[in-house]
Design a protein around this ligand. Sequence first.
Ligand code: BGC
Length: 762
Amino acid sequence: MMKAQGSNAIKLLLAPLFAVTAFSFIGSSAAEDAMKNEDTFIDNLLGRMTLEEKVGQLSLYATSFEALNHDPVNPVFKPKPAEERFDEIRAGKVTGIFNGFGVDLLRRNQEVAVNESRLGIPLIFGADVIHGFRTVFPVPLAEAASFEPSLAERTARAAAQEATAAGISWNFAPMVDVSRDARWGRSVEGAGEDVLLNSLFASARVRGFQGADLSSFDTMLATPKHFAAYGAAIAGLDYNTVDISERTLRQHYLPPFKAAIDSGAGAIMSAFNEINGVPATADPFLLKQILRDEWDFDGFVVSDFNSDLELVAHGFAADEEDATSLALNAGLDMSMQSGLYNDHLVDLVRQGRVQESQIDTAVRRVLRYKFRLGLFDDPFRYFDKKREETLIGSQPIVDLARDAGRRSIVLLKNQGNVLPLAKDIKRLALIGPFARENEHLNGPWSIFGRNDESVNLADGIRSALMSPDSLIVVKGSGIEKAIDGGIDEAIAAASQADIVLLAVGEGQHMSGEAKSRADITIPKPQMELAKALKASGKPIVVLLRNGRPLAIPWLADNADAILVTWFLGSQMGHAVADVVFGDYNPSAKLPMTFPTASGQCPIYYNRKNTGRPDVPERADRFKARYIDTSSQPQYPFGYGLSYTQFNYTDLRLDAADIAHDQSLGVSVTLTNIGDRTGEEVVQLYVRDLVGSVTRPIRELQAFQKVSLAPGKSRTIRFDIDPHALGFWGPDMTWRVEPGRFEVFVGGSSEADLGAQFVLRGE
Ligand code: BGC
C-alpha cells in the first residue's frame, strides 16, 4: 500500500483505488489475478482522469537543469526552474522526470506528485544509465567485445542496483542499434555490427536491468532504443536519413529489438531518424504494425528528446499541432521534453483530429508499467537513503568493473610475444595524451560517474609494478594539438626505457552522440609522436583509446603490440594493467570491423558477394575493389588474439544433409597449443550458397567462450537449427529455403575451417 507522506483529502479520494491492488479473484491463477488486478486498477484510475491529466501522463521532462552536475547531454530546450516544474507536477502535467538523481531530490518531486496533485499518481524517474551509474563499466561496444552476454547481464544488474539506490526506476537503455558504420559516433553505445551479438546483448542487458521482478526496489524498467535503424544513418552522420529496404530493416536492424521485448522490456524509445521517407517517431508501420500487430508489445513507446517536435524540421509535419497528431496517431505514447502533448493534445481531441480512445490506450500502457514497477503500491520504494549511501560504489560492484574492463580488451597484435610484460621490468615508459588523465576513462554517456574516482593508466600500471619508480610517464602530445617540446621529452623517456607503452587514440569528446567523424584515424599530432617514437627503436605497445573502430594502418604495420582498450570506466587503469602484465590473458574479440581506411566505411563482415567479388591476391581490375586502398579490413569482426594460441581441427557435421525439422550437430576440436591457460571465443558462421534473394557471404550463427589449460583439447559442439538459417524472402515473409550451406568454425569471421551440408526440401 501507498505510504502516507503527509495527509490530504486526495489520499482519501484515492484510497479505494489503491485498495484494488489487493483484490482477489476467486478461481483463477495468481498470474491472471494479478493481471485482473492491474486492469481493474488502471480502468478505475483512467475513469477518474480528466483529459488534461491523461495527457500529463504522456509528458516526460528533463530534470531542472540546475540539478545537473555534468555538461548537458541534450540540447538545452525550454529549461524550467524546479519551482515551475513542481507547479506542473501539482497540475498533473508530468508523468516523470529524467536524468535527475539522488534520493533527496527525487523524493521531493515524488512528494509533490503524490501529495499535491489531484490524483496523486506517482512520477516515474528515468535516466540514461548506459554503462554503469556511479561505478562506470566499459562502454557497451567494449563490453560486447567480451562475447559474454552473461557479463553484460551482471554489469546491467549492478548498474540497476546503483541507479535504483539513487531513486531511478526507469533506464533509457539498452541501446540495441546495429552499427555497421564506424563513422557513427554512437557505435560506442551498442554491441557493434552483428545482429546475433546485438540480440544476445540486448536480451542480457534487459534481464540485468529488469531482474526477475520489476517491482523489486532494485530493478528498473528497460528501454531498448532507438526504434529503429538509427545506426543505418547515411554516411555515418548522426541523425541523418536512413534509406534501406524493408528486408534489410527486418533482417539486420529489428531482431535486437524483438529480442529485448521477448526478454520483457516494457518501454521502447523511438529514433530521431526517418526511414525511407517517414520519421520513425511518427511511423505507424514501425509503431503499430511491427510493435503491436506483429510483436504484441504491451509496453509504451517514448519519443527521443524532442523527436516529435522535430517532425516539423524533417518536413513531415506542417507545425507543432500537426506533429502532435501525426505522432500520437502513429502510436507514439509518450513525448519526451518537447511538451507537445501537453500543449496540443487536448485541443486536437476537441478538433476531432485525435481520438480520446487513442490517448486512453497510450495512458493505459504508461500506467501499466508504473503499476508493474510497484509505484502504486509504494511510490517511495526507491528512496532509501541508507541504501544510497552504502550500496553505490561498494566493493563487489567496483570489482566487477575491473573484471568487465579486462574482459573487454582486445589484443590485435603481439609480435615476438612482447606482451605480457614482466612486473619487474627495469624501466617502462608510458607515453601519450592518455597516459595520465582522468577525463577520458569513463567514455561518453557516463553522466553519473565521477572522473576523479576512476583509476587512470599511470596509477593502474604503477600499482602493478614491483618497483613503482620504474615507470616514467610523459604526455608527448595533446589529443588533437601538439605540445611544444612534447616529442623531445617523449624520446628522452623512451631512450631510458626497455619498452614504450603508447596511449593514443580518440578522446571521450570524439565519440558518442553527435560525434560522427568523417576521418576515423588518430589525430595527426599523436601520429607524429608515434612515428618519432618508432624511430627511437624501442618496442612499442599501443594502448588504443577508442569508442569505435579506428583506421590504424600505420600502427598495424609498425607497432609491436596493440591492445584495444576502449573507454573502460572506473577501473580502467587496473584493467589495462591486468592485461599488460598477464594477470589476465586477453580473450575479447572485435564486435566491429576495423577498416584500413575511413573511406571503406561502412565495412562489415556479413556483406554480400556481389557479381564481381574481389580476390585480394589477384590483380584484376573489374572487381569490387578500390583503386587506392585495399578492399579488405585491417582486422575483421570476431578477431582477437590471446597470450596463448588455439588450434582448430576435426570439424565434423553429424550429417551431410538434414530435413527442415532436424537440427544439425557440428563439432570441432579446440586445442590450446601455447603455454598459458586462455579463453577462446569459438565462432560458427554459415553461408547459404544460393537463395531466392542473395545471402551474405557469412553470418554468425553461434559462439561459445571456452577456457582451456595449456596442452589441453576439447570438443566443442553446436547445434544448427534450420529455422535460424531463414531470411526475409522476396514476398517479405520469413522463409527457410532448402539447398546447400557452408559452415565455418574458428576464431574470427575469417575462419577457414569449413564443411558443407544440404538442407532437404521436405
Ligand atoms: C538520445 C537518447 C537519450 C535522450 C535522453 C537523446 O539525445 O538520443 O538516447 O536517451 O537523449 O537523454
